[in-house]
Design a protein around this ligand. Structure first.
Ligand SMILES: Cc1cc2nc3c(=O)[nH]c(=O)nc-3n(C[C@H](O)[C@H](O)[C@H](O)COP(=O)(O)OP(=O)(O)OC[C@H]3O[C@@H](n4cnc5c(N)ncnc54)[C@H](O)[C@@H]3O)c2cc1C
Length: 318
């Protein structure tokens, strides 16, 4: 228990700035271990990047290419935990990985990667990856061209709804005793008498531990409150296009003209398809990051390259 001059209800084991998946996850873990956490969120839960992700709970298949085996193992372990904890929100889905002549990753490399992925997941008998015939692929995915298609692989990974998952984790954190203040502007934070004091317009909170979980705003928050910071973040933006119709019935792992990858993610319940993502370093304040038409055209060009003429998209479909 923390000793403090402030009333007991305002004193916490940890104050967490930011109610994204990280802030909520930390509060949940603290609660699980009997610690009282307070989340102070300037907007609503999950309104930051946690509701703008590809919505995949993947084990990091692409990290195998750079030999990040430990990261893949860890991610697959986390995927397993989420599948068990939130079966209504995280489910295994079928993915297809078509390999065209123009792509940099060869079929052999992809096959090796998928077999390693199966092995690391420990679920290879339940969810094995395999190749499927080009004819079967043509019937399953009629929108994608067959010219230049060399091989098609099928594998499994997990998908979720990121906003719903973040809100569920926040709810669990509350069940374990966390307090959440959303739409709350912090007026000041200072360190006095060996503890942090955080002031809002109406209340004052204190704790010996303050966690900055503000995601892409982290450096700006550190600067604003003069928190000493050993590390800084590099901000990378990535956009998803939401297309107002279904382009495929299954999730597709695609390769760009360069060496990047992108996903086509159908959302049948909403009759729409998500495509993404791009990757660009950002140096402006986080709130000033915008989507520009170059990003949109980049995604459109990449997907249209693979779509048969009748299925191609334009900016008006976005
Ligand atoms: C289901 C899911 C799948 C994902 N899949 C991928 C993936 O495939 N690939 C990938 O690279 N990433 C993925 N991500 C990661 C994701 O894109 C983000 O990196 C992640 O959501 C960051 O979470 P966060 O909590 O750190 O930040 P955020 O969600 O951005 O939360 C930060 C919060 O801080 C708040 N805040 C800002 N300033 C203040 C302040 N001064 N006071 C109080 N609050 C403040 C903001 O309003 C925001 O809500 C995924 C995330 C989820 C949830």
């Amino acid at each position: 228990m923390i000793e403090s001059d402030t009333p007991l209800q305002s004193s916490f084991n940890a104050i967490i700035l930011g109610g994204g998946i990280n802030g909520c996850g930390i509060a949940r873990e603290l609660g699980f271990r009997g610690k009282r956490a307070l989340i102070v969120e300037k907007a609503t839960i999950g309104s930051g990047t946690s509701s703008k992700s590809p919505r995949l709970i993947h084990g990091g298949l692409r990290y195998l290419k750079t030999f990040q085996f430990q990261l893949v193992r860890e991610s697959l372990k986390d995927r397993e935990e989420l599948l068990k904890l939130y079966p209504h929100l995280v489910q295994m889905k079928l993915f297809y990985f078509p390999c065209y002549k123009q792509n940099s990753r060869t079929p052999f490399l992809i096959w090796m990667g998928l077999k390693l992925y199966d092995m690391f997941s420990g679920r290879s008998s339940e969810y094995p990856s395999k190749t499927i015939s080009l004819e079967d692929f043509g019937q399953l995915i009629p929108s994608l061209k067959q010219d230049g298609l060399r091989k098609v692989f099928q594998y499994y990974d997990a998908k979720t709804n990121d906003l719903k998952l973040t809100k569920q984790v926040a709810k669990d954190a509350q069940l374990f005793g966390a307090t959440i203040h959303k739409n709350t502007q912090t007026k000041n934070i200072y360190w006095v008498n060996n503890q942090f004091t955080l002031e809002t317009d109406h209340e004052t909170f204190s704790s010996q531990i303050l966690i900055n979980a503000t995601g892409p705003w982290i450096d700006e928050v550190n600067k604003k409150y003069s928190f000493p910071a050993q590390y800084h973040i590099r901000k990378i933006s990535g956009i998803h296009l939401m297309i107002k119709r279904l382009l495929t019935n299954y999730i597709m792992f695609m390769q760009t003209h360069g060496k990047r990858i992108f996903f086509i993610i159908p959302e049948p319940e909403e009759n729409r398809t998500m495509i993404g993502t791009t990757e660009r370093e950002e140096n402006c304040p986080t709130d000033d990051v915008i989507i520009n038409s170059k990003d949109i055209n980049y995604m459109i060009n990449n997907i249209n390259y693979y779509l048969k003429p009748d299925y191609r998209i334009s900016e008006s479909d976005v």
